[in-house]
Design a protein around this ligand. Structure first.
Ligand code: G1P
Length: 288
């Protein structure tokens, strides 16, 4: 069965990005000329996802507006003859159908995913954390969906991190290598304070099967007193197997300032229309 839906947990407060996120959601912070959420949605659509599910909270209206039509803006651009901008604005609103569900309490990532239970139904689905922006040739979530179709087991994205950073992530243990980028996983621990099982961190891309919802309902509070997605995935790994997909590409944590700056430089260097400008700036700074 194909992976058609993607759940985007977007109810978080974004305190790490204050004051930028005082009046706008953190997912609407821009990376060059697009809000972060648009990068994540485009990755999903490029990967074959058809339905976007936002698990949202209060103060997220601008995000809803971003993917909606804006007749006044469209008319103004039309009258001003700004055809290219008009096309871009229409492209965004025509991009996808979005379904919204409210997460009324902040009880962690596992709880956010559980909020989408009724919408997801009995189908496999993707989860995308828009803080994690990936610069890659193809759609990482699309590649993972293909691995799922082959294995019929959940697939989560993994990446090596420095050992002194493991406390910030879900950390997995590899049982065996299945193919170049695919690994069968064993133990996994959310934000280990010590004795991390490896340096392989979970990154915010998951392809999950609907049984995760039953597990989440049974999962108690874990790290940070929150219901952790990692804990529910671990139970499924113990029972029937879960795969880790070591993706090709650079990942940036755009939920904090350093990560956003790093992403901005890297994306600017990658894009034809911004590459020369940023190279010129760097050259003129004459850094050693
Ligand atoms: C979440 C997950 C964690 C994962 C991380 C990746 O944590 O719980 O397992 O490693 O995303 O960004 P968060 O950063 O939301 O606390």
């Amino acid at each position: 069965m194909k992976v058609k839906s993607a759940v985007f947990p977007v109810a978080g407060m974004g305190t790490r990005m204050l004051p930028a996120t005082k009046a706008i959601p953190k997912e609407m912070v821009t990376l060059i000329d697009k809000p972060l959420i648009q990068y994540a949605v485009e990755e999903a659509l490029n990967g074959g996802i058809e339905r976007i599910i936002f698990v949202t909270g209060r103060t997220k209206k601008s995000m809803e507006d971003h993917f909606d039509r804006d007749p006044a803006l469209e008319q103004a651009l039309e009258e001003a003859g700004k055809q290219k901008l008009l096309e871009e604005v229409n492209r965004i609103s025509d991009m996808c159908d979005v379904v919204y569900v409210r997460q009324k309490e902040q009880k962690g990532l596992g709880h956010a995913v559980l909020c989408a239970k009724d919408i997801v139904g009995n189908d496999p689905f993707a989860v995308i954390l828009p803080d994690d922006i990936i610069l890659s040739k193809g759609s990482v979530i699309g590649e993972m969906a293909k691995e799922y179709e082959r294995t019929k087991a959940p697939v989560i994205s993994i990446m090596r991190v420095p050992m002194d950073q493991t406390h910030k992530y879900g950390i997995v243990e590899v049982k065996e290598q299945e193919s170049e980028r695919l690994f069968r996983l064993g133990n996994m621990v959310e934000k280990p304070k010590e004795n991390a099982p490896s340096d392989l961190a979970i990154i915010g891309r998951y392809v999950l099967t609907p049984d995760i919802m039953d597990e989440l309902e049974k999962t108690g509070e874990g790290a940070g007193n929150e219901i952790q997605l990692t804990d529910a995935i671990k139970t499924i790994a113990d029972e029937r197997g879960v795969y880790g997909y070591e993706f090709e590409g650079k990942r940036f944590d755009c939920g904090n300032m350093d990560g956003l700056i790093e992403a901005t430089v890297n994306f600017a260097l990658e894009r034809e229309d911004t590459r020369e400008g940023i190279l010129k700036t760097i050259r003129e700074l004459n850094l050693s």
